[in-house]
Design a protein around this ligand. Structure first.
Ligand code: HGY
Ligand code: MN
Ligand code: MN
Length: 420
């Protein structure tokens, strides 16, 4: 479409974005898995996840949008364009959350994309390309590792069989949980992995303090920092806490603590750039008077510089072994994701539209990872950030304002239509 013909259609669709509808939908999704402390526990492929899928599918069906699902449960909701064969312009995120999650991480990207499809519908704009909402399975990786599992399988970065065989801490597998989810939130149409897209856009809260501190409404995301995940299994020997001399002990807990302390020292940098987290630490048999025989802990290591990510990440196993004492140690890397750069043309498009809409904006690299990471390898991809209060996320206190969410959705509407 020429700029003149784009402008009226864009203006009509942007004007049709409804802040109250978008906000009300956040409140409705927030009810599903609500913890009663202001946050939500809606982990991947749980009944709560299925209920949230069902809720969004209901809103889509009311509009006559067509739904489809791929073999790992990624959901796609399509508003048809004039050309059924044109590659869809896709936008989305995830509905699953952390165990003590907030009500905007992922959900905003899903509801902003749905809001765009509805606003374009309300404005009576006929696009050439189909517009699609994507809802990725298990973005968080809290219940089933690794994070961004659904988009990784879609993009071919993770084998479907390996993902389906993954089990949670209770031994429940993805395959079984996915079957239950699809039974609870059925979708008839099947979709292939890696279907061609014109472009992929993801709207998300920043999950950090930068935009708020800079007084900006919009982050034009230039890329995502690198990320490496490890699982460390330390095996010693159970023993009696009262009778076993120190010299005869193979204490898995003390060894694991030494490893974590040494890893923290390895990752310590004067610029506070590296991100090192041990989020899960399980002791077995977890009894006060038995020397721990087994410890399992996870490592989430991130850095924006690919060479540093490689260099320090490659030292993790050696550092663990050097502090194993008399214990055995297994270090399994479950994710190695180098830094991602988004398409400069998409970034330019987002930036120009933010300027046109008079939205204070800045370029930003994402500290959090997102499904857009894998789309960047398949098609022109970009992200739009809006601020969250005090940068708090992966926390029940996560907050964003209705006005910022609507501003992000209006910007998303313009960018998607200008790609049409
Ligand atoms: O871990 C992440 O960066 C994402 O929020 N799941
Ligand atoms: Mn997210
Ligand atoms: Mn998250």
């Amino acid at each position: 479409m020429t700029l003149e013909r784009v402008a009226p259609a864009v203006a009509a669709a942007v004007a049709a974005v409804k802040e109250d509808r978008l906000w009300r939908r956040h409140l409705q999704i927030a009810e599903i898995g609500a913890t009663g402390r202001g946050g939500v526990n809606r982990q991947a492929l749980t009944p709560e996840d299925a209920e949230a899928r069902r809720r969004v599918l209901g809103w889509a069906a009311a509009r006559g949008f067509e739904a489809s699902v791929d073999p790992i449960g990624n959901l796609f909701i399509r508003r048809a364009g004039r050309s059924p064969t044109a590659r869809p312009i896709v936008s989305g995120s995830h509905l699953d959350t952390q165990p003590t999650g907030g009500n905007f991480d992922g959900v905003f990207g899903v509801l902003a994309a749905l809001e765009v499809l509805e606003a374009v519908d309300d404005a009576g704009v006929e696009t050439v390309h189909p517009l699609e909402l994507a809802i990725w399975t298990n973005e968080e990786g809290a219940r089933f590792q690794p994070t961004t599992m659904g988009s990784a399988v879609f993009a071919g970065a993770l084998a479907l069989a390996a993902a389906l065989a993954t089990v949670d801490a209770h031994g429940v597998g993805v395959e079984q949980a996915l079957a239950q989810t699809l039974k609870a939130a059925p979708v008839v149409n099947r979709r292939a992995f890696r279907f061609p897209m014109t472009a992929y856009l993801e709207a998300h809260i920043e999950q950090g303090p930068v935009l708020e501190a800079a007084g900006k409404t919009i982050g034009v995301v230039s890329g995502i920092q690198g990320l490496r995940w490890f699982r460390v299994e330390v095996t010693g020997e159970e023993a009696h806490a009262g009778t076993t001399p120190r010299a005869r002990r193979r204490d898995a807990l003390l060894a694991a603590v030494d490893m974590v302390r040494a890893l923290r020292d390895l990752m310590l940098d004067a610029t506070d750039t590296a991100r090192f987290t041990v989020g899960r630490f399980e002791v077995r048999p977890n009894s006060p008077n038995t020397v721990p025989g087994q410890v399992l802990f996870t490592i989430d290591f991130r850095h924006p510089d690919g060479t540093v990510l490689s260099r320090l990440g490659d030292e993790v196993a050696a550092v663990c072994r050097a502090h194993a004492g008399g214990c055995a140690v297994d270090v399994i890397e479950t994710l190695n994701s180098p830094p991602t750069e988004f398409d400069p043309r998409i970034c330019e498009l987002i930036q120009a539209a933010a300027a046109r809409q008079g939205l204070p904006h800045m370029r930003i690299v994402s500290g959090a990872t997102h499904d857009a990471k894998y789309m960047a390898g398949l098609c022109p991809t970009g992200m739009i950030f809006v601020p969250c209060e005090r940068g708090i996320s992966h926390n029940e206190g996560e907050r964003a304002s209705a006005a910022d969410l609507a501003a992000g959705a209006r910007l998303l509407a313009e960018v998607m239509l200008r790609l049409n």
